[in-house]
Ligand binder design. Structure first.
Ligand SMILES: [Fe+2]
Ligand SMILES: [Fe+2]
Length: 663
């Protein structure tokens, strides 16, 4: 009887010495331990922080004498739920004046009332106490559940937002440990082969600060983690050192030995994605009462380690489910990034293959611009003190730089690669024209010779032939000189004043052929190209080349960039703008040009200057390149402070070094 009552923690406290005798026939209905007031302290020892249901069955004399001490006791023991039945006449109301709260008084039962009334009153009083306890327990459970749910929600949100993969894994393990009060734990990920089939289990992290490297486990039933990954079922082991030996898996205590630890209870759960495939395993070790308490080796060996209950299993499974989704999301994001990176690289390579002389330009500009941005990040004083580019912004700069010249796809190839003012076939045409003229002159003079012979015979022919030959030589020389000047003017270097005037004269000349036709020595279009003062492009072609920035912007604007990369089109759009507003395509002023575009402009010019020799231009030595860039600063084209950072931090070093090694 007593044992059962103890478990239920039901007590009747009475000053009636005959109580047990009076109720003995009905005790089964009551099932409570009967004690006296002096034994009140026993309740605390016996109930051990569990809720105790206590019924005071006291005479009104006793109550009036002891109410203060009872009240004090109840105040100190909130886990005691009590009710009072007063041994007093039915009309006794004296309890109202006592310090005990009025609602605790259940009823009065006079001593001379039939015992059945007393029994009924006691049973009803306990039932009503039980209802209070149930309500209390339910509220407690609701509070715990609410707390756990909000904890799980918090874990879900934080896992979903974590982008750093290593930190994500650590967060998963810590969350699972915290929600299950686990002292330690490890996390494993499933690795797949090329065909997407699970290959092995890779140990990623441990809650113990082990310096051990990652290692792999086969996915089979031999190890505990391998078993869980293989079967997809969780394992809840009360004590790993007390396995029966009949299990298919074995506990490997190398970890314990290596880290001076003692594994006892273990909860090992699979992380499954939405296809129900295992992506990893969480292994939790040694459940304890309080997550924040630290256990010594001795405490682990004795009774400070608890077994994992069903509720802990459910909570950890919930975390594992969220973790699997977070891992999969992270993998997907990583795959998308790799895919996009591959696409960008392929696009850049495609565009650069149209003009092999500038090959590698976009990649180098990206390296220079990112290098400059990282150098700016390190400056703690002056103008750039507060300019910090976060990793996402660095990525934004990199994509903008890689794709800054992508719009060249919209520029005709003959303009893009044009090295001289006239194309080769055009110059050939001019050469053939003059070759024809010389031949025609030759024919004309031969006709003159025939006409002479017919008319005068041999007389004086020798002198006549000499003068004809002289005329031919002079004419030939003249034509050769014209071709020489044309060839010289065709180069993209600055056009000499003398040549310019000479070309103008030639353009006005015509030649009459033996057939009577008139040939212009230089076509208006040829004259126009050859008269370009500097470079190889005329106004229209230059505009076509410059249009690449607008094409780049249009192209990049069509890509649905993420929020973090949304500036990519705007940065690329500004790479040919100048601080004084003289740049293109929009002629932005200094304040309107994004600082990232200002950095890219420096990188772009620096690479154009220092890149290896091109057919129409020699590579410029480093010092000369800096001088030219400083001139650009003086002309208010590029930002002088950024150029200083670029030069002082030797941002270019790595790229140039790599190129030297490649040669
Ligand atoms: Fe450009
Ligand atoms: Fe460029």
């Amino acid at each position: 009887m007593n044992r059962e009552n103890l478990r239920e923690h039901k007590y009747i406290i009475t000053d009636d010495p005959y109580f047990e005798g009076r109720v003995s026939d009905h005790f089964k209905k009551i099932r409570a331990k009967v004690i006296t007031l002096t034994e009140l302290v026993k309740i605390e020892e016996e109930s051990q922080q569990n809720i105790a249901k206590v019924l005071f069955y006291l005479s009104h004399y006793e109550l009036e004498k002891s109410h203060s001490s009872i009240h004090e006791f109840l105040k100190l023991h909130p886990s005691v739920m009590c009710s009072f039945i007063i041994r007093a006449p039915i009309d006794y109301t004296g309890f109202q004046a006592l310090s005990i709260e009025e609602e605790l008084f259940f009823t009065n039962v006079p001593d001379d009332a039939p015992v059945i009334f007393l029994i009924k009153a006691i049973v009803n009083a306990f039932t009503s106490l039980q209802m209070v306890v149930d309500k209390f327990e339910l509220q407690k459970r609701i509070n715990i559940s609410t707390n756990e749910i909000s904890k799980l929600t918090r874990i879900g949100i934080s896992l979903a937002n974590e982008k750093d993969f290593t930190k994500l894994l650590r967060d998963i393990l810590n969350s699972a440990r915290e929600i299950s009060n686990s002292d330690s734990g490890s996390l494993y990920l499933v690795e797949k082969d090329e065909k997407g089939n699970p290959r092995n289990l890779r140990f990623k992290i441990s809650a113990l600060d082990l310096t051990s490297d990652e290692f792999i486990l086969p996915i089979n039933k031999k190890s505990i983690a391998g078993y869980v990954a293989f079967t997809g079922k969780q394992l809840n082991i009360p004590n790993v050192y007390e396995l029966s030996g009949k299990e298919e898996y074995h506990f490997n205590n190398d970890f314990d030995k290596m880290s001076n630890y003692y594994s006892k209870s273990m909860l090992v759960v699979p992380m499954k994605d939405h296809h129900d495939e295992v992506v990893g395993v969480i292994q939790l070790i040694n459940r304890k009462k309080n997550f924040h308490s630290k256990l010594s080796l001795e405490q682990m060996k004795i009774d400070h380690v608890l077994e994992y209950d069903k509720y802990a299993e459910e909570l950890v499974m919930a975390v594992a489910g969220q973790a699997a989704v977070a891992i999969q999301n992270n993998n997907l994001v990583h795959e998308i990034e790799t895919l996009f990176e591959g696409f960008v690289t392929a696009s850049v390579s495609a565009i650069e293959s149209r003009d092999p002389t500038t090959s590698g330009h976009s990649f180098r500009v990206a390296q220079y611009t990112v290098g400059l941005a990282e150098s700016v990040n390190l400056i703690g004083v002056g103008k750039f003190k507060d300019v910090i580019f976060n990793p996402a912004q660095i990525k934004e700069i990199r994509y903008a730089s890689l794709l800054h010249d992508f719009g060249k796809v919209g520029v005709r190839e003959k303009v893009l690669v044009k090295a001289k003012k006239l194309e080769d076939y055009e110059l050939d045409l001019i050469r053939w024209r003059f070759h024809f003229i010389v031949k025609d002159v030759e024919a004309k003079l031969a006709q003159k010779k025939i006409d002479y012979l017919k008319k005068h015979g041999n007389s004086g022919y020798s002198e006549f032939e000499q003068s004809i030959q002289l005329e031919y030589e002079m004419e030939k020389q003249k034509m050769e000189e014209i071709v020489r000047v044309i060839s010289q003017s065709n180069e993209p270097t600055i056009l000499e004043e003398g040549n310019s005037n000479f070309l103008e004269e030639i353009s006005k000349l015509t030649y009459q052929t033996t057939e009577g036709g008139n040939i212009s020595l230089l076509q208006p279009k040829e004259f126009s190209f050859l008269s370009i003062r500097k470079g190889s492009l005329d106004f229209e072609e230059r505009r076509e080349i410059e249009s690449h920035v607008e094409h780049t912007f249009q192209f990049l604007s069509k890509i649905p960039w993420t929020r973090e990369l949304k500036m990519v089109p705007a940065i690329a759009h500004g790479h040919h703008e100048k601080l004084n507003g003289g740049g293109y395509p929009r002629g932005l002023s200094a304040v309107e040009i994004p600082v990232q575009a200002k950095m890219m402009a420096i990188a772009d010019i620096f690479d154009a200057l220092t890149d290896k020799d091109r057919p129409y231009k020699k590579a410029v030595p480093l010092e000369r390149a800096f001088d030219i860039l400083k001139m650009e600063v003086r002309d208010q084209h590029i930002d002088g402070d950024l150029l200083d950072v670029f030069i002082e931090n030797r941002v270019y070093d790595k790229v140039l070094q790599k190129r030297l090694e490649g040669q």
